[in-house]
Design a binder for this molecule. Structure first.
Ligand SMILES: Nc1ncnc2c1ncn2[C@@H]1O[C@H](COP(=O)(O)OP(=O)(O)OP(=O)(O)O)[C@@H](O)[C@H]1O
Ligand SMILES: [Mg+2]
Length: 367
């Protein structure tokens, strides 16, 4: 039997745990043409949730566009990804596809057969245009397309905070000026919470208060335990509800870690799950994350690592106090302030109940 726990984006009902209220909420935003920022720490299931919602609505008369901003390199790149996502979302309906081709003058679709049916890419048709102008034109055309579509439209911009990496002060303003005119809903997702939230909560920024802020929490304990038990039994293994609860607890109900821990337990167990399988599963999970954690630390300065370790051992509201600094061998106040900023921007630490805490529970344990 294949392992029933998935450690990739999950969007099908069978492999997706709970989030009923969240799905309803997002569907109501789509129907009401309301913009929302969906934020949560890394691997909390933001992408999975919107993909699940899109999957659920795929048979309805709704146009669902998903654009991933991860690793964008330029304004041309955003424009191109957006155009490609639009064509991909609608290619199955000939009349809508034709309408888009007539409206989107800056990119034409290139459709090729592929293993999974067809693949869509786009070719830029306007030469000698600046990246900013190309992006503006694409957004303007998207506005026209929405205007001429009787269907409700939802656009997802995943990893939206990546636009700040372009270091161009115009980007946010241009996107905002178009988006505010579009009669549809936009979902902005991102895992660098502090950067994303600043974009929407800073009075001086174009996106200030332009969307509902929607925080995605960890999975609820009861639903997660039941889900874990059901997945085991789907693949003919027996996991008591008590042990399923333990898996949920050990992973802090974290969507990714609970799946991965259950995955490891599944691999190393017999027909009936035992406490020992849980221990082995946890060791395997930590071993598999270790490489990633080591790479992560390699990208940090010594002062940042020192502060991260200090916070992992002792979450605190007074990391700048002389006692705390002495105890954890932290050098200077300026250094700590810089490290707090950097670690927050990377979403490695957050203020929880007023104390600085490591966001990722497995990283915290490992440190
Ligand atoms: N509702 C869910 N049910 C079951 N598993 C889930 C669910 N949501 C997330 N997961 C698990 O968590 C993993 C991470 O999910 P996903 O990639 O959607 O998170 P994300 O918040 O978009 O992450 P990132 O910050 O890296 O973009 C998935 O691969 C899956 O294993
Ligand atoms: Mg994601």
């Amino acid at each position: 039997m294949p392992n029933p726990f998935k450690i990739k984006v999950v969007k099908n009902e069978k492999e997706f745990c709970d989030r009923q209220d969240e799905q309803q909420k997002l569907i109501s935003y789509i129907n009401n043409k309301t913009n929302a920022v969906l934020y949560a720490p890394r691997r909390f299931g933001k992408t999975s949730l919107v993909k699940r919602v899109h999957n659920k609505l795929s048979k309805e008369d709704i146009i669902l566009i998903y654009v991933d901003f991860f690793g964008i390199t330029s304004h041309e790149d955003i424009a191109k990804r957006t155009a490609k996502s639009i064509y991909s979302a609608i290619h199955q309906t000939e009349s809508i596809f034709q309408k888009a081709i007539n409206i989107f003058r800056s990119f034409r679709p290139v459709v090729r057969p592929s293993e999974s049916g067809i693949s869509i890419s786009v070719e830029q048709t306007i030469p000698n245009i600046s990246g900013i102008d190309l992006l503006s034109k694409t957004m303007e055309d998207l506005g026209k397309f929405i205007e001429r579509s009787p269907e409700i439209v939802n656009v997802v911009f995943d990893e939206f905070q990546e636009i700040t990496r372009l270091k161009n002060t115009q980007t946010e303003g241009i996107l905002r000026s178009h988006i505010q005119e579009h009669d549809c809903s936009y979902f902005f997702l991102g895992s660098r919470r502090s950067i994303l939230l600043q974009m929407f909560n800073d009075q001086k920024r174009p996106f200030y208060q332009s969307a509902f802020m929607y925080e995605l929490k960890a999975l609820p304990a009861e639903e997660l335990a039941q889900f874990i038990q059901k997945q085991f039994s789907r693949s003919n293994k027996l996991c008591s509800i008590k042990l399923a609860h333990q898996i949920a607890d050990m992973s802090h109900q974290h969507p990714y870690y609970s799946q991965k821990l259950a995955y490891c337990v599944y691999e190393s167990s017999g027909k009936t799950i035992t406490e020992n399988d849980l221990k082995n599963g946890l060791s395997e999970l930590i071993a598999s994350e270790t490489v990633l954690f080591e790479i992560l630390l390699q990208g940090l300065a010594p002062q940042q690592i020192a502060l991260l370790k200090a916070i992992a051992t002792q979450p605190s509201s007074s990391v700048l106090s002389s006692d705390y600094m002495k105890q954890h061998n932290l050098k200077s106040i300026g250094g700590i302030q810089g490290a707090i900023k950097k670690l927050s921007d990377l979403d490695l630490i957050e203020k929880r109940n007023n104390a600085w805490t490591v966001v990722d529970p497995i990283l915290e344990a490992w440190l």
